[in-house]
Design a protein around this ligand. Sequence first.
Ligand code: ATP
Length: 448
Amino acid sequence: MTSAESDPSDSSPVATEKIVSLCARRGFIFPSSEIYGGINGFWDYGPLGVELKNNLKAAWWQRMVRERGDVEGIDSSIVAHPRTWEASGHVEHFSDPMVDCRACKKRFRADQLEGIEGCSSREGTSEHDFTEPVGFNLMLQTKIGASEESASVAYLRPETCQSIFTDFKRVREAARQKVPFGIAQIGKAFRNEITPRNFTFRSREFEQAEMEFFVHPSDRDRWFDIWREERMAFHREIGLQESQTRFREHAATELAHYAGRAVDVEFLFPFGWQEIEGIHDRGDWDLSRHSEFSGKDLSMTDEDGERYTPMVVETSMGVDRTALAILVAAYCEEVLEGGESRTVMRFAPKLAPVKVAVLPLSKKLKEPAHAIAKDLRRSFNCFYDDSGNIGRRYRRQDEIGTPFCVTYDFDSQEDGKVTVRDRDTMQQERIPIDGLARTLRERLEGEA
Ligand code: ATP
């Protein structure tokens, strides 16, 4: 067995720096406003990053909304009525404990002091001189209104789910849904994190893919268990392996004041096991609070004619954190027979930013190769490259995880076939140009 065939799950964990460097070099993810030195906690996704993230969101939407009759999708505004955040408890409770160092003036999360760098401003010691912890509200504020005097404070949403609760009645009636059913959305969320870190893992602007499932109180535990398993099945589908993912059940002392149960899906990042998704039993907290604060009754009547407020099981996935997990899981460095090495991103084909690369063997074959690329582009994200030697071009595609390279050579003109190279096995096969898109689609779906 060549090392190219080895199981990627038994390779040692990749260092974060390697992922950060590949992401910048190949245009997956890089600092926002980079030419000004960046802005802490904000990231831009480049041409490959946006494809990867869109593919992840599409896979989530497909599985959570399209393939189910009991989940509806929405796309709500980022700024909601400020009362929303009073009702949800965010104005009062959404804070992290913060300490400042009196000497170096740096600011830290009081519950995340392990492993931080020492103080650079004190003589004879590297220990910080911390203030007492104070609660720091993480919501980002903005002002709405034309003039400074009349403008009112509003918040950039710290989570996408609150509009699902405020839209609950409208969506249920419009979509003619009955409990149990869910409402899902994907969108931006903002948190003024005290210490953004670990690349995109803790950002100040990020995306969430959230689904709130409304159930009768008697059905709450059953649905919690169903969603817990379903969400792990999704993480398997996108290529996160058993050895890299685990559940972590929250202890009673960790639970949010409204939560019945909470389980995190954790991924083994180079910086340790960390949460990529939370599955929460939120009880009837949200609907009850919005009923109370809005004066609109959000309760329902069950089959026995009893009034009840639906309970909520939430699945809340961080899109950026999961995209980072996918990058870490896919990264693989291999030494090939003959001593040559390659970096290969083993993305699940459905997530790969580029599905096929068309590479003419010589620039003289540009025209027919272009025609093939043009045809394939109608079906997939397809890349065309005619510069440099073919080996180097294959390596460039391996490094961005392109599942198939199609090489057009001088024989192609004679036999109407191209060479298709598989990213993982590196095996090459002659395939007819006629029907190429269909053959590739079958293989991509077969390997998905
Ligand atoms: P943490 O404890 O790591 O701050 P959390 O428990 O506050 O996360 P939730 O409020 O449950 O997170 O949010 C749901 C999901 O949103 C998380 O599982 C995570 O994937 C994502 N998320 C939350 N905060 C951030 C952030 N600052 N940057 C990127 N993703 C985030």
